[in-house]
Design a protein around this ligand. Structure first.
Ligand SMILES: Nc1ncnc2c1ncn2[C@@H]1O[C@H](COP(=O)(O)OP(=O)(O)O)[C@@H](O)[C@H]1O
Ligand SMILES: [Mg+2]
Length: 275
């Protein structure tokens, strides 16, 4: 029987979990989350606790469901017509699939940064001020200026752009554009930042800058990052979750997962036997 068939067979599969030596408070709690695209099931009963103010990495071969699972955290899957999500997902103990929930507000609390930097075709200043404007976080130009500066500072971009705030965001380098997108997410005071392969379009130097930034941001935000790079997961995350064929195979402290995985499939993946 394939792994998928086993999993579909009423949870015959159990995720292997290694707790943190000093567990942190839980920010996101997923219980038995399954995702379907039409008839096709992409995720099978995934349960995981995501700790607050730490970086959790999702790794696994292409097509294993990492992005699908990440998109459950701020209901981005709602935007895909054929997509259906079952199970429970709590952010700060509140059920984010509650029909009364304001999804726009959720996506400010749980921000997202995508694979390809996607600044709006507007000025750097407007890129940052846009979200706070929509959410009514500021009124006067001076208040917006403060948010713009603070957000760019937090994203490590202020010194590079402070003299060109009214030039288009799309005129920045790829790495700067990605930090602009992180600043844009930060501008609406999120609790969680989701990042889906945020460095895959960047060169090694820009990647190193974004990784440094992620390490700084974790002091104040809960970060979940999807990465196809095991080296990146090892560098930036405190916990790692390994997915295979829509199943969460194993999750634990990053150093444990990479140095002494408990599951054969994790071992095979991290030693490069497949993927
Ligand atoms: N919009 C979509 N419509 C239909 N199937 C999809 C869609 N997005 C992803 N899938 C399928 O769901 C599975 C998991 O995909 P994905 O979450 O993108 O994996 P990963 O991010 O790990 O590469 C794959 O089989 C993929 O083809
Ligand atoms: Mg993906």
């Amino acid at each position: 029987m394939s792994a998928v068939a086993v999993a579909a067979n009423d949870k015959a599969f159990e995720t292997v979990r290694t707790p943190d030596p000093e567990p942190r408070p839980i920010k996101i709690k997923a219980s038995d989350v399954s995702v379907f695209y039409g008839e096709k099931q992409a995720l099978f009963d995934v349960s995981i606790d995501i700790p607050e103010r730490a970086v959790t990495a999702f790794i696994g071969p292409s097509g294993c469901g990492k992005s699908t699972f990440l998109r459950c955290f701020n209901r981005m899957n709602d935007t895909i017509d054929i997509c259906r999500v079952t199970g429970e997902m709590l952010v700060s103990d509140a059920n984010i699939y509650d029909p009364r929930l304001d999804v726009v507000e959720l996506r400010a609390r749980v921000g997202m940064v995508f694979q390809k930097p996607n600044p709006f075709p507007k000025s750097i200043w407007d890129n940052i001020a846009y979200g706070p404007k929509i959410h009514g976080l500021a009124k006067t130009k001076a208040e917006f200026d403060v948010i713009v500066e603070e957000s760019l500072q937090k994203a490590g971009l202020w010194n590079e752009v402070k003299d060109r705030l009214h030039e288009p965001g799309t005129g920045l380098s790829g790495g700067q554009q990605q930090r602009l997108c992180i600043a844009r997410a930060v501008a609406v005071s999120p609790e969680v930042i989701l990042m889906d392969e945020p460095c895959s379009a960047l060169d090694p130097i820009a990647t190193a800058k974004v990784e440094e930034l992620i390490d700084e941001l974790r002091e104040n935000y809960t970060i979940v990052i999807v990465t196809h790079s095991m080296q990146q997961a090892a560098r930036v995350s405190q916990r790692t979750a390994f997915f295979h064929l829509g199943i969460l195979v194993e999750e634990g402290p990053t150093n444990v997962l990479f140095t002494s995985p408990k599951e054969k499939r994790t071992q095979d993946y991290i030693t490069g036997r497949f993927g």
